[in-house]
Ligand binder design. Sequence first.
Ligand SMILES: [Zn+2]
Length: 172
Amino acid sequence: MAVHERTCLICKEKKEKKDLFRLVKSGETNYKFDEKQRQQSRGYYVCKSPECLKRLSKHKKIKMSSEDLMKMLSLLKKTEKDYLNILKAMKNSQALSFGMNMVLEDIEHTHFLVLAEDISEKNEKKLLAKARELKINYVYYGNKDQLGEIFGKNEVSVIAVKSKKMARGLID
Ligand SMILES: [Zn+2]
Protein backbone atom coordinates (compact mmCIF):
# COMPACT_ATOMS: atom_id res chain seq x y z
CA MET A 1 0.00 0.00 0.00
CA ALA A 2 1.33 3.39 -0.95
CA VAL A 3 1.67 5.74 1.98
CA HIS A 4 1.33 9.38 1.18
CA GLU A 5 4.29 10.98 2.80
CA ARG A 6 5.06 14.64 3.16
CA THR A 7 8.31 16.41 3.98
CA CYS A 8 8.79 18.48 7.14
CA LEU A 9 9.73 22.07 6.25
CA ILE A 10 12.17 22.13 9.15
CA CYS A 11 14.05 18.82 9.42
CA LYS A 12 13.25 17.67 5.83
CA GLU A 13 12.27 14.21 7.00
CA LYS A 14 9.49 12.41 5.15
CA LYS A 15 6.59 11.33 7.32
CA GLU A 16 2.99 10.24 7.15
CA LYS A 17 0.50 13.08 7.25
CA LYS A 18 -0.80 12.02 10.64
CA ASP A 19 2.62 12.78 12.14
CA LEU A 20 2.71 16.28 10.69
CA PHE A 21 0.95 19.60 11.20
CA ARG A 22 -0.38 21.22 8.04
CA LEU A 23 0.39 24.86 7.32
CA VAL A 24 -0.74 27.16 4.54
CA LYS A 25 0.95 30.29 3.27
CA SER A 26 -0.59 33.65 4.08
CA GLY A 27 2.00 35.92 2.52
CA GLU A 28 5.58 35.84 1.31
CA THR A 29 7.07 34.46 4.53
CA ASN A 30 3.99 34.06 6.69
CA TYR A 31 2.30 30.78 7.38
CA LYS A 32 -0.86 29.81 9.19
CA PHE A 33 -1.71 26.61 10.99
CA ASP A 34 -4.38 24.66 9.09
CA GLU A 35 -5.75 22.84 12.10
CA LYS A 36 -8.68 21.16 10.33
CA GLN A 37 -6.52 20.25 7.31
CA ARG A 38 -9.20 21.62 5.03
CA GLN A 39 -7.84 24.78 3.50
CA GLN A 40 -7.64 24.61 -0.26
CA SER A 41 -4.23 26.22 -0.66
CA ARG A 42 -1.07 24.22 -1.02
CA GLY A 43 -0.04 22.56 2.19
CA TYR A 44 3.30 22.75 3.94
CA TYR A 45 4.17 20.40 6.74
CA VAL A 46 6.04 20.36 10.01
CA CYS A 47 6.64 17.46 12.42
CA LYS A 48 4.51 17.05 15.50
CA SER A 49 7.58 17.34 17.69
CA PRO A 50 8.75 19.95 20.22
CA GLU A 51 12.13 20.12 18.42
CA CYS A 52 10.72 21.07 15.02
CA LEU A 53 8.21 23.50 16.54
CA LYS A 54 10.96 25.15 18.52
CA ARG A 55 13.07 25.54 15.40
CA LEU A 56 10.02 26.79 13.52
CA SER A 57 9.44 29.46 16.16
CA LYS A 58 12.92 30.85 15.47
CA HIS A 59 12.88 30.41 11.71
CA LYS A 60 13.72 33.57 9.76
CA LYS A 61 11.88 32.68 6.54
CA ILE A 62 8.90 30.77 7.90
CA LYS A 63 6.98 33.10 10.17
CA MET A 64 3.99 32.12 12.24
CA SER A 65 1.99 33.90 14.89
CA SER A 66 2.79 32.86 18.44
CA GLU A 67 -0.87 31.91 18.86
CA ASP A 68 -0.59 29.38 16.03
CA LEU A 69 2.70 28.06 17.46
CA MET A 70 1.08 27.83 20.84
CA LYS A 71 -1.90 25.95 19.45
CA MET A 72 0.35 23.40 17.77
CA LEU A 73 2.45 22.98 20.91
CA SER A 74 -0.65 22.42 22.98
CA LEU A 75 -1.74 19.66 20.58
CA LEU A 76 1.39 17.63 21.14
CA LYS A 77 0.91 14.66 23.34
CA LYS A 78 0.84 15.56 27.01
CA THR A 79 4.10 13.74 27.69
CA GLU A 80 5.82 15.76 25.01
CA LYS A 81 4.36 19.00 26.21
CA ASP A 82 7.03 21.18 27.66
CA TYR A 83 6.16 24.46 29.32
CA LEU A 84 9.62 25.86 28.75
CA ASN A 85 9.37 25.25 25.01
CA ILE A 86 5.93 26.75 24.89
CA LEU A 87 7.03 29.81 26.81
CA LYS A 88 10.13 30.17 24.65
CA ALA A 89 7.97 30.12 21.54
CA MET A 90 5.75 32.82 23.05
CA LYS A 91 8.38 35.10 24.49
CA ASN A 92 8.46 37.58 21.62
CA SER A 93 4.74 38.12 21.68
CA GLN A 94 3.19 40.72 23.93
CA ALA A 95 1.52 37.95 25.89
CA LEU A 96 4.09 37.42 28.63
CA SER A 97 5.21 39.42 31.65
CA PHE A 98 8.01 38.22 33.89
CA GLY A 99 9.49 39.06 37.27
CA MET A 100 7.62 40.14 40.40
CA ASN A 101 7.28 43.84 39.57
CA MET A 102 6.03 43.43 36.03
CA VAL A 103 3.75 40.52 36.89
CA LEU A 104 2.10 42.31 39.83
CA GLU A 105 1.62 45.37 37.65
CA ASP A 106 -0.11 43.26 34.98
CA ILE A 107 -1.94 40.93 37.34
CA GLU A 108 -5.39 42.23 36.40
CA HIS A 109 -4.76 41.14 32.80
CA THR A 110 -3.21 37.82 33.70
CA HIS A 111 -4.88 34.51 32.81
CA PHE A 112 -2.21 32.09 33.92
CA LEU A 113 0.90 32.10 36.11
CA VAL A 114 4.04 29.98 35.95
CA LEU A 115 5.90 30.01 39.27
CA ALA A 116 9.48 28.82 39.67
CA GLU A 117 9.73 25.83 41.99
CA ASP A 118 12.35 27.69 44.03
CA ILE A 119 10.43 30.96 44.32
CA SER A 120 10.89 32.68 47.70
CA GLU A 121 8.17 32.09 50.26
CA LYS A 122 7.43 35.79 50.48
CA ASN A 123 6.87 36.19 46.74
CA GLU A 124 4.92 32.96 46.55
CA LYS A 125 2.50 34.16 49.25
CA LYS A 126 1.99 37.48 47.48
CA LEU A 127 1.26 35.82 44.14
CA LEU A 128 -0.98 33.07 45.47
CA ALA A 129 -3.10 35.60 47.34
CA LYS A 130 -3.60 37.49 44.08
CA ALA A 131 -4.23 34.28 42.15
CA ARG A 132 -6.97 33.26 44.59
CA GLU A 133 -8.53 36.69 44.64
CA LEU A 134 -8.64 36.96 40.83
CA LYS A 135 -9.16 33.24 40.16
CA ILE A 136 -5.99 32.83 38.09
CA ASN A 137 -4.75 29.31 37.42
CA TYR A 138 -1.10 28.63 38.10
CA VAL A 139 1.52 25.94 37.89
CA TYR A 140 4.98 25.39 39.38
CA TYR A 141 7.46 24.71 36.66
CA GLY A 142 11.25 24.73 36.44
CA ASN A 143 13.53 26.79 38.63
CA LYS A 144 14.40 30.49 38.57
CA ASP A 145 17.43 29.88 36.35
CA GLN A 146 15.37 27.98 33.78
CA LEU A 147 12.62 30.60 33.70
CA GLY A 148 15.28 33.31 33.47
CA GLU A 149 16.94 31.60 30.54
CA ILE A 150 13.78 32.05 28.46
CA PHE A 151 14.26 35.82 28.58
CA GLY A 152 18.05 35.88 28.72
CA LYS A 153 18.00 36.88 32.41
CA ASN A 154 19.76 35.32 35.38
CA GLU A 155 16.75 34.52 37.49
CA VAL A 156 13.03 34.91 36.97
CA SER A 157 10.67 33.71 39.69
CA VAL A 158 7.34 34.14 37.92
CA ILE A 159 5.88 34.46 34.41
CA ALA A 160 2.40 35.78 33.66
CA VAL A 161 0.48 34.77 30.53
CA LYS A 162 -1.80 37.59 29.44
CA SER A 163 -3.45 36.01 26.41
CA LYS A 164 -6.53 33.92 27.12
CA LYS A 165 -5.91 31.65 24.13
CA MET A 166 -2.35 30.93 25.17
CA ALA A 167 -3.35 30.40 28.76
CA ARG A 168 -5.87 27.82 27.63
CA GLY A 169 -3.17 25.95 25.72
CA LEU A 170 -1.06 25.78 28.86
CA ILE A 171 -3.90 24.65 31.09
CA ASP A 172 -5.26 21.85 28.89
ZN1 LIG B 1 10.57 17.88 11.33
